[in-house]
Design a binder for this molecule. Structure first.
Ligand code: PLP
Length: 410
């Protein structure tokens, strides 16, 4: 399938004119010909926000006057927006007082560098990375530039694939580690920790660093109980638009001389928290959007209710896959580790003709984003991403389509 998408892309670039009529669904187009109200965005990110939030965003522009895109970030109007977003984020995610909420630039990738640069003063400082998927591997590789990395390899011993999460043995975590890093939802591989792991007693002093880019707000976080030191999330999956990242940092990790002297100011947690998120110009509009999304979550019963919705949506698809007598496959067997956010599936073991047929037919019905290019290629699986912007009803539409497609093509 990987070679196919490259062939398709070459076609589009006009480097190969043998086969010029390629259906847009097969190159990841998100502009279905279905009526716009019927478009369902199953993309892994950036993605859509809940319809009610999107309406509120539209209303900002309809009311006239200056919007937060044009407001000085030090104006009283913007300060009010910033304060509200921080307060409602704290409330919804039950963030304790000894954590700072920091809005930064640079996305998830920015944090891959910011974490070691803030928590390791010397390049020789040790950090331990649990690598059980594409994103934790990328985070680890970036950190290797800035600190001394130890890896806990989370691949399945038998297959060599990323389909599990490793058991955390005391002996695998260097007690000198400045932090232990993990990704709580591997967006591409479809592996999720539904709760953060507890560290062995003798390693509880090591702060946990969590990449929650693709599962933030989908479940509660036991901040103190799990020993979270830093939790970060790019906004563009569950809470907002690209260009903003939230980093929630335990205060004892802040301090004048904690970070590497090479840590850029825009990434420095201490600098940004002391400046109240105004050290440089923050992503003003994006911060307002995160506030609106958090308001929506609060009105919908908070994070506990959101977790229930998330479980229902995911089960709707996994049930179809598991009951399809092998027509659909999904890589993670352990139900306790299956991602609720990103559901990978293949058709008859990856049959190319059927996969393309599925993509074209679902796209025609308005279901888009089921196969997109990632930094890791298109992968061997299709993927339905069920972030906050996707409803249970919309998920059921895909489930119904999958069932009828299986019936027709078995
Ligand atoms: C999307 C994603 C990232 C990368 O985020 P960018 O904002 O593109 O840098 C990092 N980690 C995870 C788990 C992701 O899903």
């Amino acid at each position: 399938m990987r070679s196919l998408i490259y062939k398709i892309i070459l076609n589009i670039k006009g480097e190969n004119n043998m086969n010029t009529k390629i259906h847009p669904a097969l190159v990841g187009s998100l502009t279905s010909t279905a009526p716009s109200e019927g478009i369902i965005n199953f993309s892994p990110g950036p993605t859509s926000l809940p319809k009610d939030v999107e309406k509120k965003i539209a209303a900002i522009f309809n009311k006239g006057g200056l919007t937060s895109l044009a407001l000085s970030h030090r104006s009283p109007e913007f300060l009010k927006i910033l304060e509200h977003t921080i307060a409602i984020t704290r409330k919804v995610m039950e963030i304790p007082d000894d954590y700072e909420v920091i809005f930064t630039h640079g996305g998830g990738h920015g944090q891959f560098a910011a974490v070691p640069l803030n928590l390791c003063h010397e390049k020789s400082d040790i950090a331990t990375y649990i690598v059980n998927g594409t994103w934790s591997a990328r985070g680890r590789d970036e950190a290797m530039k800035y600190c001394s990395v130890k890896t806990i390899d989370g691949r399945d011993m038998q297959t060599g694939n990323y389909t599990t999460f490793p058991k955390l043995n005391e002996s695998d975590i260097d007690p000198e580690s400045k932090y232990l890093y993990l990704c709580s939802n591997e967006t591409v591989n479809g592996i999720e920790l539904h709760r953060l792991p507890k560290l062995p007693e003798s390693r509880k002093h090591v702060p946990l660093v969590v990449d929650a880019s693709s599962d933030f707000t989908s479940k509660p976080i036991d901040w103190h109980g799990s020993g979270v030191g830093v939790l970060f999330a790019c906004a563009s999956k569950n809470i907002g638009h690209p260009g903003l990242t939230v980093a929630i940092v335990r205060r004892d990790l802040l301090g004048k001389d904690k970070a590497s002297p090479l840590c850029p100011g825009v990434f420095n947690y201490t600098t940004n928290s002391e400046a109240g998120n105004l050290w440089n110009t923050p992503a003003t509009f994006n911060i307002e959007v995160v506030g609106l999304l958090m308001d929506w979550l609060e009105n919908k019963g908070g994070v506990a209710a959101n977790e229930c919705r998330s479980i229902d949506k995911a089960n709707t698809l996994y049930d179809v896959i598991d009951n399809s007598k092998g027509f659909y496959g999904t890589p993670v067997n352990d139900k306790g580790l299956r991602s609720r956010m990103n559901i990978p599936f293949n058709i008859k073991g990856g049959d190319e003709t059927l996969t393309n047929k599925f993509l074209v037919e679902s796209w025609d019905l308005g279901m888009v984003g089921l196969r997109t290019l990632t930094p890791f290629g298109v992968g061997d699986y299709l993927r339905a991403s069920l972030y906050n912007g996707v409803t249970l009803e919309e998920t059921k539409k895909l489930a119904d389509f999958m069932e009828s497609f299986a019936k027709k093509n078995s």
